[in-house]
Design a protein around this ligand. Structure first.
Ligand code: NAD
Length: 263
C-alpha cells in the first residue's frame, strides 16, 4: 500500500543562529525535529550532543531520532499509526564562525566534518540532505556582479573559511544520488535578524571603537544580505523539493527554454 509520510528532521548546528530559526519554522508547521550540536542552547526539542567530525556520533543521532506518525493511505480511507525510526531529512548548518584564531578548524569541521555527515547519512539510508553553504564560496576578493551557481569556484579562495565552505559544498553536491541520498546546497550572504551574534555585534563593536569614519571604495559598493527568516524558509522549501526524479513532474519545455540552460 502506498502511503504519504512526513519527514523526520535532524538539524545539525540547530543550536546556532540559523539552525534555531530552521527549528522554529519546522515546529511552526507541525514537523518533528531534533537537534545535533556541540552545545545545547534550547530545551524544547530532543537534543543529541556531538561533533560532526565524529561520523559515529552523527550516525548514532540519525538512528536514534524517531517518532510515531500518522500514515495516511493515498485513497484516504484509513488513518493508522506507525513508527518512523531514524531521520529522513538532515539539515546541516553547522560551522565554526568566521574569524577563528586557528584557521585549521575550518577544514576540520566544514570539509572533514561535512564528509562525515554525508557518510553517516548514506550509511543510515537517509534520503535527504540540505546544506547551508555561503555566498562567499564564489568570492576571491574582487567584484562579483550577477554571479550565479554556474560560475566555478575561484582559483584563489578569499580565506580559509570560504575555502572550506566551497570544499564542503562541493562534497555535498558530489554526494547527490550516492546510495539514494538527494542533496542540495543554499548560499546565503551576510545573515541578519533576531538572534544574530556575528554581524550586528561586529558592526556595533566597530561603532564602539570609533571606527565609523572609514570609507572603503567610492561609497557605491554593494553587498548582499539575507534575512534569517527567509533563509530558514528556503531550507524548508529546498527539503520539500528534494524528491527522486521519478516522483517529479517533467520540466515544462517553455520554462526550460526561458531559463536558457539545462535543468
Ligand atoms: P552559528 O555559529 O550561530 O551556528 C553554528 C552552529 O554550529 C553552532 O550552534 C555551533 O555550536 C555548531 N557547530 C560548530 N561546529 C560544530 C561541530 N564540529 N559539530 C557540531 N556542531 C557544530 O552560525 P550561523 O550564523 O547560524 O551559521 C549557520 C551556517 O550559515 C553556517 O554553515 C555558516 O557557514 C553559514 N553562513 C552564515 C553566514 C552569516 O552571516 N552568519 C553567512 C553565510 C553563510
Amino acid at each position: 500500500m502506498s502511503t504519504q509520510q512526513k519527514d523526520v528532521y535532524l538539524v545539525i548546528g540547530g543550536s546556532g543562529f540559523v539552525g534555531r530559526h530552521i527549528v522554529d519554522h519546522l515546529l511552526a508547521r507541525g514537523d518533528v525535529v531534533s537537534v545535533f550540536d556541540i552545545v545545547q542552547r534550547h530545551h524544547d526539542v530532543p537534543f543529541y550532543a556531538g561533533d560532526i567530525t565524529d561520523e559515529q556520533q552523527v550516525l548514532n543521532a540519525i538512528r536514534k531520532v524517531s517518532m510515531f506518525v500518522g500514515c495516511i493511505r493515498l485513497d484516504g480511507v484509513n488513518n493508522r499509526s506507525c513508527l518512523q525510526s531514524g531521520a529522513t531529512c538532515i539539515i546541516h548548518t553547522a560551522s565554526p564562525p568566521h574569524g577563528a584564531k586557528d584557521p585549521s578548524i575550518y577544514h576540520k569541521v566544514n570539509v572533514d566534518g561535512t564528509r562525515a555527515v554525508i557518510d553517516a547519512a548514506v550509511a543510515a539510508g537517509v534520503p535527504k540532505l540540505v546544506y547551508t553553504s555561503s555566498a562567499g564560496v564564489a568570492f576571491d576578493g574582487s567584484d562579483v556582479i550577477n554571479l550565479d551557481e554556474r560560475a566555478p569556484y575561484p582559483e584563489k579562495p578569499f580565506d580559509a573559511y570560504n575555502d572550506s565552505k566551497a570544499k564542503g559544498e562541493a562534497l555535498i553536491l558530489e554526494a547527490n544520488g550516492k546510495g539514494g541520498l538527494l542533496t542540495v546546497a543554499l548560499r546565503p550572504a551576510g545573515i541578519f535578524g533576531p538572534g544574530d551574534r556575528q554581524m550586528m555585534v561586529g558592526l556595533y563593536q566597530a561603532y564602539q571603537r570609533g571606527q565609523t569614519h572609514f570609507q572603503v571604495g567610492n561609497n557605491n559598493n554593494l553587498f548582499d544580505y539575507t534575512y534569517v527568516g527567509n533563509l530558514a524558509q528556503a531550507h524548508l522549501l529546498a527539503a520539500d523539493k528534494l524528491v527522486p526524479p521519478s516522483d517529479t513532474k517533467p520540466v515544462d519545455p517553455e520554462l526550460r527554454s526561458s531559463l536558457g540552460y539545462a535543468l
